[in-house]
Ligand binder design. Sequence first.
Ligand code: ADP
Ligand code: MG
Length: 321
Amino acid sequence: MTSRNAFASVPPGQAVEIKGLTKFYGSNGRGKAALDHVDLTIPRGVIFGLLGPNGAGKSTLINILAGLVIKTAGSAKVWGIDIDEDPRNARAAIGVVPQELNLDSFFAPRELLDVQAGLYGVPKNERRTGELLELVGLTDKADAPARTLSGGMRRRLMMAKAMVHSPPVLVLDEPTAGVDVELRLQLWATVRELAAAGTTVLLTTHYLEEAEELCRAIAIIDSGRLVACDETQALVRKVDEKKLCLTLTTPVSELPPALRTMGLVLEAPDRVVFHYKPSHAQVGEVLAAVAAAGLAIRDVSSEETDLEDIFLRLIRPGTAS
Ligand code: ADP
Ligand code: MG
């Protein structure tokens, strides 16, 4: 894990500031907004997750920041630079790894990074090709033909490519969509290393686990609207609910009234469930009451409420993907 100290050198200010950001695709501004008056501030020096179901507007938002999509209304600043007032420098402050990977397959990794640095006008003596290859774990493959790179290597190469001009903000659009578990873990490690090296990372995902695992703070969008934005831990804490599950030694057909009035529910003949708030911990009382009612407990487990529960409460029913 990265510590707060790792960002001690990050200058004050915000990485991204968005106000009233609105996008209608199509020329007449009618129909459904892909983004609808989104206000969002992303601090510097964190991994920030933009979370939402498919079609929520995540790619639209980051493509506007990257200068790839023209907004309909609102304003946006990247690293303090307004994308309308100074589009060139705003674009230079951001590196984007797009959702669709289009890796030019002619170049070996080292060549590809050199060519990209040339496109960005990075002078030869300021290029960080070797350092970037090291950072994404491709030093061994620096001169390997692109066709010999695995899917994971290609993705990591795309991250390095987005970093050749040393942007303070790196945007990853669905970095692990459709990849297997092992590769996902590898990519997470790379993202953490980039962040530890001082880059602010903005990633979009529809995997809740990914956001919970990787991101310090999270914004959730649904149908173009911001529905939540907070530190990940705060979002999870907000729900403040746990589930206690008791497995009974001997199945019963119903619970004694005393237990029912405490809020216990018989989910199956041998399974009793109790929802409670950890901040008002009543677990001891519950267990004592169950014992007093003469029910023997074979097993006890408790489940955390997680981001998945929060997500499903916030977004419209039936749209999660
Ligand atoms: P996400 O990345 O969260 O899946 P997108 O930003 O890609 O969402 O899409 C948001 C909405 O905008 C969707 O309804 C999508 O169909 C629409 N959309 C995205 N790109 C275009 C486009 N180029 N032209 C028209 N509609 C688009
Ligand atoms: Mg997308």
